[in-house]
Write a protein that binds this ligand. Structure first.
Ligand SMILES: Cc1cc2nc3c(=O)[nH]c(=O)nc-3n(C[C@H](O)[C@H](O)[C@H](O)COP(=O)(O)O)c2cc1C
Length: 321
């Protein structure tokens, strides 16, 4: 069945296929077709939350929380929605998402297209109860870097009661200069602005770039505990792999695997929980990532190429000791 779906979806431009999937999921949700599954396969306790197993959905696939019923139905333990910015924005001009099937990769330069925090909050009020929800927040494109902390704080204030954990995204390559927010002087005001309005102590995670140098990773690691970072999402797409005929953008999928491995291995000694993401396309990749030091993993490009059978493969491999 997936093979048939895949040939239909791959006959469409990448972003149209993505929209079709989300639209189908919304229609089926309204018809009440999804029956949520909550399989306790390999439970993970983190941040006071109990994940039924370590496999979740990466940010960007369901930016606006439109298809939560589908992810629960497919058996994922958690979903990271977003990136959500305080105000809605259209993102970059089309085309901005490309498949590179020979490398099992994607290149995107979407630029945080999203419905904005208020619209996403409305949808999250009806979230499926069995799914753990992380909310990835970012700044609007037209907000100057010096005022970025206000955007993160605004998005957090609107969404803070509706997510189980929050991810501060300072690592997308598609919002100009965003990755400069990974520097200490830029990051501290952002984290402080969130901590100041975090009465229930929601876990704040940091999503970082695989393109950081070793020194930059170490500097973040040393700072993280002091400023109350509860976890890492390691990591975002890379600009070190290029496809000049497609133009600029972040690359995900199989080419990201060595970058993700290095990032997770480098972060491990700092003792803060890690969500490993990047180039997980098989059970082997997932187990390698968990052995490298991640407590949870997330999927995006693997789902585009391998579909729901990938989730089944991962969950089955967690069942068999
Ligand atoms: C089309 C696309 C859109 C993405 N959008 C976001 C986003 O809005 N926020 C974010 O933090 N990461 C975003 N990502 C990055 C993914 O969450 C993930 O970090 C990256 O794709 C690596 O995982 P993968 O190799 O399994 O795809 C996006 C990735 C893709 C392919």
């Amino acid at each position: 069945m997936w093979k048939l779906w895949r040939s239909v979806l791959f006959s469409l431009p990448a972003e149209s296929a993505h929209r079709l999937v989300l639209w189908g999921a919304k229609v089926l949700s309204r018809l009440g077709v999804w029956g949520g599954q909550c399989l306790e396969i390999a439970p993970v306790e983190l941040w006071g939350l109990r994940f039924s197993h370590p496999v979740g959905l990466a940010a960007g696939l369901d930016k606006n929380a439109e298809a939560l019923g589908l992810w629960a139905h497919l058996g994922l333990a958690f979903v990271e929605v977003g990136t959500v910015t305080p105000r809605p924005q259209p993102g970059n001009p089309l085309p901005r998402l490309f498949r590179i099937p020979k490398d099992l990769a994607l290149l995107n330069r979407l630029g945080f297209n999203n419905d904005g925090a208020i619209a996403v909050a409305r949808r999250l009020e009806k979230r499926p109860s069995q799914l753990i929800i992380g909310i990835n927040i970012g700044k609007n494109r037209d907000t100057p870097l010096e005022e970025a902390y206000k955007d993160y704080a605004d998005a957090f204030r609107i969404l803070r009661d509706l997510g189980d954990f929050f991810v501060i995204n300072v690592s997308s390559p598609n919002t100009p200069n965003l990755r400069k927010l990974q520097a200490r002087e830029a990051l501290i005001p952002i984290v402080e602005a969130l901590q100041n309005q975090n009465p229930y102590g929601k876990p704040l995670l940091l999503k970082i770039s695989p393109d950081l140098t070793d020194e930059e990773i170490d500097a973040l690691g040393e700072m993280a505990q002091a400023i109350g970072i509860a976890g890492w999402v390691a990591g975002n797409t890379t600009t070190q792999v290029e496809y000049p005929h497609l133009g600029p953008g972040g690359v995900s999928g199989a080419p990201l695997r060595p970058f993700r491995r290095r990032l997770v291995q480098r972060l491990r000694p700092f003792g803060i929980p890690i969500i490993g993401v990047g180039g997980i396309l098989s059970a082997r990749d997932m187990h390698e990532c968990l052995e490298d030091g991640a407590s949870l993993v997330e999927l995006y490009t693997g789902l585009v190429y391998k579909g729901p059978p990938l989730i089944r493969e991962l969950l089955n491999s967690l069942r068999t000791p």
